[in-house]
Every structure is written in structure tokens, then in C-alpha cells.
Design a protein. Sequence first.
Length: 343
Amino acid sequence: MAEARFDDDQYQISRRTLFAAAAALAVPAAVHGDSVIQSAPKETSMPGTTSTWPHGARLAVSFSLMFEAGGQPISGAGGVIPDPIQQGLPDLPTNAFFEYGVYEGIPRILNLFDKHKIKMSSFMIGRAVDKAPDLAREIVKRGHEAAAHGRTWENSYALDPEAERRFIADGAESIEKATGQKPVGWNAYWMRNSPRTLDILQSLGFVYHIDEPSRDEPFIVPLKGGEFVTVPYTFHLNDIVSFPFVGWDAAAYEQALRDEFDQLYDEGSHRRRMMVVSLHDRISGHANRVRSLDRFLTYARSKPDVWFARKDEIARWVLSARSATPIIERGPPTITGLPGSAA
């Protein structure tokens, strides 16, 4: 895969922006408006506390961008062509479909987020980063988070413990080598982890994962090695699930985003709420889809007291505000069916 090229004048950023990006892990992005007091959820370990976002925001909005192009299998990766190619042969148009994310999709999405002054979290596949390191560096240069999405675009939950650990660590090492940023967030292929994944992640220095769609707010799960944050994900606002190319309806997509935002914004007057939108490089980076996102972001940015946050910022914030954060005690995943500490 050819490395993405960027025009220096078009993508030049100031020293001040670079310093701000470097500090993003420690200092949440500013929001405007009055403070909002929120009721603590029932699951919190300290009943009676209040729940707030930084600077009194009533809603956090967080975008995920999946950087997968180049990490997919050469044959049988799955794309817009429903008939599978003969086993073992390279699926040339499907792989070109993935390449669109590098050449067009991610650069277009980066420009959109620059326009609206929004930072997001990019979950990167190690092999994809190895093939397009300039693009990975550009994502971080613009102030976005580099998070981990495995060594390749495939399942890891069936691996033995050491192989799973290597799978996660290899991908993270590729990201750190290319960008200089050590990933602290994790997303598995189709959100499917093994019962021991969270413990492995914690031992590797990760702070949070997103592989659970159970809530509209982040929470803490105690593990054997200490506390670990879940920053919930979404199926219903995931472009690859809810609005694929077949049946794409721009008006329906925009309305779904607005309805989600409006409902959570209303609820945010009395409890901590978070809206999550998942984008894929080869899907949401297309020209017409970016126009839909642009219109939604213009709408969302017009509302006061909204924190557009990276997921590492959210994870570190909830750890610093433990009294207002739900702490979920869970048994082994093989019993509960939910992520938690392995027995």
C-alpha cells in the first residue's frame, strides 16, 4: 500500500496545536456553558453523589474512526460484493474498496473534524499502520487519539493466552512506532473478546476498552490488577451495521443522529450521558456521507454544554471522578456473559 501524501501548506498546524494535542490525555477539551448537576446512577458504589462532565457539560459526544485499510485478509475480506470469491484467490475489488479509506476516506474525515474543531479516537490495526505510517502520524498530528484494534482485521478471542497477548501487543507496538503515542484504548474485531482479554489489556498498560454496548455512560469494572474503564460502544450508530451501502438513506442517518443527540441531551440535565458514533475509513469517508456528518455536526455544535471528547479523555476523566462513576462488580465472563475479570 502506498503511503498517503499530504501537502505541507494544507496540513500545517501550529506549535500551539501540537502542544494542545500532547496535553490532551491529561486535560479535557473545554466546553462552554453553566454547570449541570446530575443524579448518580444506582450502580455507583457511593450513592448520593452527583454526576458531571468537565466544565459542567450535560452531554459527551465521542467519535470512533476505524483505521482498517491494509489489515484485512487479501482473500475473503468481505466488502460490497455479496458473492464470495473462490477460496484462496485475492479479491481485487474488495481490497481496492478497503484502500479507499487510506487514499480518500480518512483524509476527508480529518478535514471535517478540523472544520468543526473536534477530536476523536482512531482505532488502528497494526498491519494497516505498517502499510500507511504517514497517515497514522497525520491522525495523531491533528490531535486525535491513536488506539489499538489488533494486529490484523480478524478474530482474536479463540487464541491461546500467549498468542492473544502477542496479537494485542504487536498491534500496539506498530502504532507506537509510527506515531510515538502508546495506545491506552482497545477495540476487538466485532467487539468479541475472550474471558481473559481485559486482564491482558490491563497488564499491557491499557486504561480502557470499548467492547460493550450495555450503557449510555462510561463505568469502571474492578479487575484483579485494579480498576479498568469501559467506554461503551454502539451497534445502532455504527455505519457498518446500521447504514451500510445497501439501503443507504442520508436523511434517515441524519435523523437518527439528531434523535440520539436530542434524547441524550435532554437526559443529560439530570444524569451523566454519552453519545457514541462509530465511523469506518472505507464507509463514512465517502463524499456524500461526509456531507451528512457535516450537517449533523453543525447542528450538535450549535447546542451549549456539549463536550466533544476523545475516549482516552473520557476514561481518564471518569477515573478522576470516581465518586460519580458507576463501578460494576462482575463475576467471570463465562458465567455473566459480560466482560469482567477472568476467574
